[in-house]
Design a protein around this ligand. Sequence first.
Ligand code: NDP
Length: 457
Amino acid sequence: MENTVETVDLFVIGAGSGGVRAARMAAQYGAKVAIAEEFRIGGTCVIRGCVPKKFMVYASAYGQGFEEARGYGWQADNVRFDWNTLIAAKDAEIERLSDIYRRNLGKANVQIIEERAELAGPDTVRLVPSGRVVQAKKILIATGGTPRKLGFAGEEHTITSNEIFHLSEMPDHILINGGGYIACEFASIFAGLGAKVSLLYRKEMVLRGFDDDLRSHMQKELMRQGINVITGVNIDVIEKQNGGLLVRLDNGESISCDQAMMGTGRVPATDGLGLDVAGVNTTRSGAIIVDAFGQSSVPSIFAVGDVTDRISLTPVAIREGAAFADSEFGDRRHSFDHKDVASAVFTQPPVGSVGLSEIDARAEFGDIDVYKSSFRPMRHTISGSQEQYLMKLIVRTTDQVVVGVHLISDAAPEIIQIAAIAVKAGLTKAQWDETCAVHPTAAEELVLMREKFIAAT
Ligand code: NDP
């Protein structure tokens, strides 16, 4: 039964990072706002992404920590890990955070509708399953993404990053397919927790899109962690076998494991959203095409975050949501600048990266200077670990501006946050070098590299 219940100024579809930020800010500007969510308030980042993942990263780092502590005199015998304790603690925290999101929406007077919402026209939303209809002056789509399906036989036996946080027990052997953020992070997490890990990647070097030195360094670090990295392969078929899985590869080999996780990318969550009904243009992958202000081909419909497939990162969605609210409901029209967005990959050791890779900088500017240093950190001279760090600066030759920073080190995600300020501000290598080192740290290397790296000819 369809009936128009009310009219709002803004209807937001999807209560994740981008949608919640936009909804709260628009409401604080005085707009009448409703937000619909079909799963749980908080979205991918809070419920089954960045936040629970980071708890698992913390948990897994202790595994290596106990080993390394021996070199420093600690006796860490009979150490054991309990999966269920971690999952329960993580679930409790996620529940708490989801509640905070809910309360903050309530405090801002945003009406929360816990139903799926679909477009029924340029200014109409239909709620499913109730059939209620809401008229909206503006609609913001912030539905995020969903794991990509590959379509091989037996894919139904696999899990994705949606299910990994709720396994009833830790797998003894997990196979992970993919070479991006999710695959590398979970390979590292499970290796740290003590599982046997096989990482399959269809090409030769993980972390495509990052600087090549960083990629090859990370691949070595994953292998050093004991991960079986198998490159140049795809999955042919997966069969159930003795309570586990048999994964047949296209190189004729097969692997037995307990769980197979797909970390093979995410696609915009636009299926069945009614974009065609409303006349919203999308890319071939289903991403909503928007201008710099998040406006789609239909003037009343906007989109932010992963559903637009620009930079699929939580803080980017938040900034896009904030810019939308300021521009459409506040008094400041502006758009988010997608240049020099830093990111981190929470492997062991982790990655931090901002700006251009060496290849991209060369393609854009021609002449560039490269500074890089790869070293065993002080901590491991006693811990016994063979872990190596990488620090690399890309400098534009003409004006000596640092246009790229690429790190693999302890705390690289923390360091890159600060380095990103300098890159965004366009500081020169000389200005970096004027900054006095903090000693003894690994990050001091960033202001101490004086020799340009000259590639062998
Ligand atoms: P990514 O795009 O990072 O990686 C996808 C991987 O899957 C790539 O290695 C890709 O290979 C591979 N792949 C794609 N299609 C196929 C296929 N048909 N067969 C085999 N392999 C395939 O996506 P993720 O799923 O890792 O993460 C999704 C997004 O979420 C990321 O882009 C990132 O923006 C975000 N994220 C951010 C995190 C962070 O900030 N730390 C953590 C986790 C996710 P190829 O390289 O050849 O294309």
